[in-house]
Design a protein around this ligand. Structure first.
Ligand code: PAF
Length: 326
């Protein structure tokens, strides 16, 4: 006997024609970052979301998790590797712990200006590093941007490296940054960003260093009253995806993600550029004392010996490539 629901194929087609099939539910992609909803990363994720939704005609949607809701940058990168997070926008600060070849990007005073940094990351060096990242259970979708880092503190104006000596400064969990600050006579205190505001508020550290966008949109001006425009290191950022998400995508879908990540990077870079000038004025208006006539060559000379931490291990080929591409 045929089961009650069995219909011959021709009759089944007639029966189904009377019903509209429900649209397939969009797949939600969770993207984590540690900066605020008004930050340059958030601006980029808005553009990523709009582009991905449009290209995929609603097949994908994006759920942004900001302000460290999914943990610090290092913890989120681990989450990508085991597939608990789909995608992350992070600085390269903790990335060297996973892909040592990227340490070169975090050397102080390596990039001359924004044009130089963006040109290197969008060129062959950037592509080679994305390929290296792919060998470590991570997928690099696009280079984006955090920006040139500047020092803030609650103790005194920093005009020369000597002024910074003895201060306890929170750094990212990055060997190159810590080596540079050690050379300057600063006490570097590595810490995940979500812990920073409280550490500054409670005086566990005297200061920190970050780009203008982070100082402004992370409200660090509420707990730091001195800013020195040292621009001591360019801080690249990257949009990374989990290989577990990636391996489940078709080539066409991968193309949408790459294009959307590029749109995100452009939006982020535009905001970083705008805040580099406008943001300083806003921070002054919020009460920060700003030292803007820094003699950078003094800082550069102070941190120069820290380069050997990189070159002793990895040589100078990448350094030379970066320096010669401006
Ligand atoms: O200071 C940091 O850890 C980073 O610059 C930040 C703010 C998390 C952005 O990547």
């Amino acid at each position: 006997r045929l089961p009650a629901f069995h219909l011959k194929p021709c009759l089944l087609a007639v029966a189904l024609a009377g019903f509209a099939l429900p649209a397939a539910a969009a797949q939600t992609i969770t993207v984590g970052h540690t900066t605020s909803d008004s930050s340059h990363y958030s601006e980029g994720i808005d553009a990523f979301k709009a582009t991905l939704e449009e290209l995929s005609d609603g097949e994908f949607t994006v759920n942004e998790q900001s302000s460290g809701a999914l943990g610090g940058e290092r913890a989120m990168i681990e989450g990508l590797q085991i597939g608990t997070i789909d995608a992350v926008v992070t600085s390269t600060g903790p990335l060297g712990n996973f892909v040592p070849e990227t340490y070169v990007l975090d050397l102080p005073f390596l990039f001359k200006d924004y044009d130089h940094a963006r040109c290197v990351l969008d060129g062959e060096v950037g592509q080679d590093l994305l390929d290296k990242i792919g060998e470590h259970d991570l997928v690099g979708l696009a280079w984006t941007e955090n920006g040139f880092r500047h020092m803030t503190n609650s103790q005194r104006d920093i005009e020369t490296p000597e002024d910074a000596q003895g201060l306890k400064i929170r750094t990212m969990e990055n060997e190159m940054h810590m080596a540079a600050f050690n050379e300057m006579g600063v006490h570097p205190t590595p810490m995940a960003f979500p812990e920073l505001f409280t550490a500054l508020q409670q005086g566990t550290v005297d200061g920190q260093e970050n780009p203008i966008s982070v100082i402004l949109t992370g409200n660090l001006w509420e707990v730091q009253d001195r800013l020195s425009l040292t621009g001591h290191v360019y801080s690249p950022a990257i949009m990374l995806a989990s290989p577990i998400l990636w391996d489940g995508l078709s080539d066409e879908q991968k193309g949408w993600f790459m294009e959307a990540a590029q749109a995100g990077a452009e939006a982020t870079r535009a905001m970083v550029s705008r805040l580099e000038t406008e943001g300083v004025e806003e921070l002054k208006a919020k009460g920060m004392t700003v030292v803007d006539d820094i003699d950078k060559s003094q800082f550069q000379a102070a941190v120069e010996p820290s380069y050997s931490v990189y070159t002793d291990e990895y040589g100078s080929e990448m350094l030379d490539r970066i320096r010669s591409s401006d």
